[in-house]
Ligand binder design. Sequence first.
Ligand code: BGC
Length: 345
Amino acid sequence: MQCKEREFGRLTDGRSVRLFSFECSDGMQLEITNYGGIITSVRLSDKNGIFDELCCGFPDLSNYLKPHPYFGALVGRYAGRIGGGRLPVGDEVYQLQLHDRHCHLHGVNTGFHTRLWSALLESDDTKAVLKLTYMSPHLEENYPGNLNVTATYTIFDNNRIDLCFEAETDRPTHLNLTNHAYFNLNGFRSSVGDHWLKVDADQVVELNEAMLPTGMLKPVKGSIFDFSELILLSSRLVPQTHELDHCFVLNQSRKDTPAVELFHNETGRSLKVYTDQPGVQVYSGNFLDGSLTGNDSKTYHKHGAICFETQHFADSPNQPSFPSTLLQPGQAFRASTTYLFEVRS
Ligand code: BGC
């Protein structure tokens, strides 16, 4: 494992932002910055030896300092929508900033993706460990509790990235963390319609017109959300007619099986995602509109990439039947996800 560190740029207050680069012996090249804990680049050869960028990202820090669609970022304190921005904790209701008239989403423009995290890099022959820490003060974004968060990326030589979140609070609060990376296994030459998808979920979270959970879980069997086998997305008319922006309820019987598998036949590249979280928000880049150009001068078009945001369900603080996102003082928060890239010949 080869690792390098350099300056990515400076914040307006003069603080240096670092960029960490990793090269695995199996060929993956990865870049992560401590600004927002963002994965800025994932590069890998295909079965014919063509080396491509697979992840939406920018070559310059300046693009990340403006609002962007959470490319590669650590999202918090709450990934996903919270209805009316209403956060009930005990007898209090904390009003969060609104993303639109219906909800708070992803910390809006001042969430964890905009924070400079302290970074510590350690590596040995086979792996590298990048430990990012951030102290989110009580009432930051109006969430209660001083919250100490650690996000540890461990990179292995077999093109595997583990992301483990740990956190503790001094007051009851809600917490739901994820990484919001967007992937295209064909190096952005086509939309995600020519990718195959499998999701280990028998149910999906039912949404209302405002894209908020109704509180009900719907069986996927026989519906367009049934990805229990690898399905070519275009054969489900995704993205031509249907868009994915849904939380799949992961089957809990799963042990070492992936929560999600994404495959691209022409390049042979695949991505497997493993997690201990109850859900995964699958989002088919519906709001990408061709206005952003990133690494290797790739332009990010509608449905040009897909996200797998492993997390709790949206609006859990207001949905008593959902698994709880409440974190109590003295309780250790832990959430982990693995991304494994493979190439089939
Ligand atoms: C949400 C989408 C949103 C996207 C980018 C996803 O997690 O579900 O509705 O557009 O993030 O913010």
